[in-house]
Write a new protein. Structure first.
Length: 119
């Protein structure tokens, strides 16, 4: 029976040293024999790139929605204020007071209008 060799710390150091030198010289993929898996690796990177890009687009869309919600809320407040302002200006007493301040002689009629009948 063949006895299995145990790992030593020096073996790990040699493995890291060889891996680092392969990365620096550009031979890592050749040492790992990754040439036949190149299409799979490129496809995986493409999928990761698409995933990251879509995530950024979704985040951009959600931030735009939040900004628009804030604008809509602000516009609703302005709309309510303007509605109140218009409603207060259309009261009879307010209209009569504004006409008087402009120097107009127009006032609310004191008696009802007479309806003329056709003969």
């Amino acid at each position: 029976m063949e006895q299995k060799r145990k790992w030593k710390l020096s073996d790990l150091w040699a493995l890291l040293k060889n891996g680092l030198s392969a990365i620096l010289t550009g031979n890592l993929l050749l040492r790992l024999n990754a040439g036949r898996y190149f299409i799979h690796i490129a496809y995986t990177f493409l999928l990761f790139w698409i995933l990251i890009f879509e995530s950024l687009m979704a985040e951009n869309a959600l931030s735009k929605v939040e900004r628009n919600k804030a604008k809509i809320h602000e516009m609703e407040i302005i709309y309510a204020d303007k509605t109140f302002e218009v409603a207060s200006m259309s009261r009879r007493s307010e209209v009569e007071r504004r006409l008087a301040s402009m120097g107009s002689q127009v006032k609310e009629p004191e008696q009802q209008a007479i309806a003329l009948e056709k003969k």
